[in-house]
Ligand binder design. Structure first.
Ligand SMILES: [Fe+2]
Length: 451
């Protein structure tokens, strides 16, 4: 999350006692962190995955065709639901029982392969099978709709989720201006396809902050990476819970976690009053744009002069709102600095994240490695091809994206609770962006939207 610095750079009335770096991507600089500051940068190794289905090499449409929206359809974006508030149910979880019950769950994702008849039926297939597909989504945590021709375009993809009865909502971080639409009138956001980020591995995360969480997601491939890579990652949070070392799980559950989402480095020798002033500016002018509860903390990772934006205390485990199954509901695999420093990562220092225990103590290298092992053992690394859709229960399954080369076009729609008005809430809003968001968006093409 480089946004705070960029926002500060864009505030014309603000004069700072130090210079702000140019918002250009840096080519994998040598980083410093608690674990690497006294040694050479660690080797970067591609993460692993438990399952890697084969590609089928199906063709897709040309960009001028797949980007077509249906002008006869109403503009969803004009009055879309807000992303619903996060439903926390994390007290008094029996971890041993949760691990045991998770082991009984079926593989995530379920795979539904289109037949020629299914594709001939088009939207009618999804209307006829919607109840069954949504039951599988609940049971497996995700459903891979593979080889369907209807969702090969923006217009067709909308037909699919409308036929399934899904209700679009905004991204949890929409208010930041970070999230860019592929088609605003269809409530379809871009995924992280930009060339500057194709070498950046996006680890497992739910589309969630401590404050807001989408109920479901539908990820769609319109164009697979033209040269190589770009697999989409999905993992069952319940299975990660089952996989993880019980002692570490208990430690994390009892101490809870805090997630740092940005590093703002100011000269450590600055007078205290100036440092405090800077902190207040960020806290009042920038942090509220994110609709997150952020605390600005100096030097929580031990680096002199570093101001970190840190989310409030949260549980790494949560019960699923409907099934009540305890689930690993934590973005640590994506956000842990120790892991980012050891895999392909293209994020500038200011956008680097980290995860701490609730008292801001770091996880040890061995604990980070266990989060990695347990998470990656549960990953299915999907070869999504044009028309493939991955439906995700966002309280159950986590997602990510492997590195790629060439051009790639994947997109995503988020959905609120279509069958629970209380959880959904009544808040709707248009997508008008204020001037600040428009300025920010100019800089955003190379940033990951993965926190
Ligand atoms: Fe995501």
């Amino acid at each position: 999350m480089l946004l705070p610095l960029l926002l500060l750079a864009s505030l014309p009335s603000l004069s700072l006692p130090f210079s702000i770096p140019s918002p250009l991507p840096a080519p994998l600089p040598a980083r410093t962190s608690l674990f690497s500051s006294t040694m050479d940068p660690p080797a970067r190794v591609a993460p692993s995955a438990g399952w890697t289905p084969e590609w089928e090499n199906r063709p897709g449409l040309a960009p001028e065709e797949f980007l077509n929206s249906d002008p006869a359809k109403p503009d969803i974006g004009a009055s879309i639901y807000e992303c619903p508030l996060t439903l926390w149910d994390a007290e008094n979880i029996d971890l041993a029982e949760g691990q045991a019950s998770a082991k009984e769950l079926p593989h995530c994702p379920a795979e539904i392969k289109a037949s020629a008849e299914d594709n001939t039926a088009g939207r009618k297939y999804f209307e006829a099978n919607g109840t069954k597909i949504r039951a599988q989504l609940r049971e497996h945590g995700a459903v891979w709709l593979r080889g369907f021709s209807l969702p090969q375009s923006v217009a067709g993809f909308r037909e699919v989720h409308e036929a399934l009865g899904l209700q679009p909502c905004l991204d949890p971080l929409h208010s930041s201006g970070l999230r860019k639409f592929a088609s605003e009138r269809d409530a379809l956001y871009e995924e992280v396809n930009k060339p500057a980020l194709r070498g950046h591995y996006i680890g497992l995360h739910s589309e969630s902050t401590a404050k807001r969480t989408a109920a479901y997601a539908a990820f769609v491939c319109f164009q697979r990476a033209t040269e190589s890579g770009g697999r989409f990652l999905v993992a069952d949070g319940a299975r990660i819970l089952a996989e993880m070392d019980p002692a570490l799980l208990r430690k994390l559950y009892e101490r809870k976690v805090r997630i740092s989402v940005s590093n703002l480095d100011v000269p450590p020798e600055l007078p205290r009053a100036l440092k405090d002033g800077f902190k207040k500016v960020v806290a009042k002018a920038v942090a509220p744009k994110f609709d997150m509860d952020l605390e600005m903390i100096y030097e929580s990772d031990g680096k002199p002069g570093r101001l970190q934006a840190v989310e409030e205390l949260e549980s790494p485990i949560n019960r699923h709102p409907v099934t009540k199954q305890p689930v690993w509901f934590c973005n640590a695999h994506n956000h842990l600095r120790y892991l980012r420093d050891r895999r392909p990562c293209g994020v500038p220092e200011v956008g680097m994240t980290d995860v701490f225990f609730g008292d801001l103590e770091n996880l040890s290298p061995a604990e980070c490695a266990e989060v990695k092992r347990a998470s990656e053992a549960c990953i299915t690394s999907l070869p999504m091809e044009p028309g493939d859709v991955l439906l995700v229960d966002n309280y159950r399954a986590l997602h990510g994206r492997d590195v790629f080369e060439g051009d790639r076009f994947h997109a995503v729609s988020w959905f609120t609770w279509d069958d629970n008005e209380k959880w959904r809430g009544d808040e709707r809003r248009g997508n008008e962006k204020d001037g600040l968001n428009k300025i920010v968006n100019q800089y955003m093409d190379w940033l990951p939207k993965d926190f």
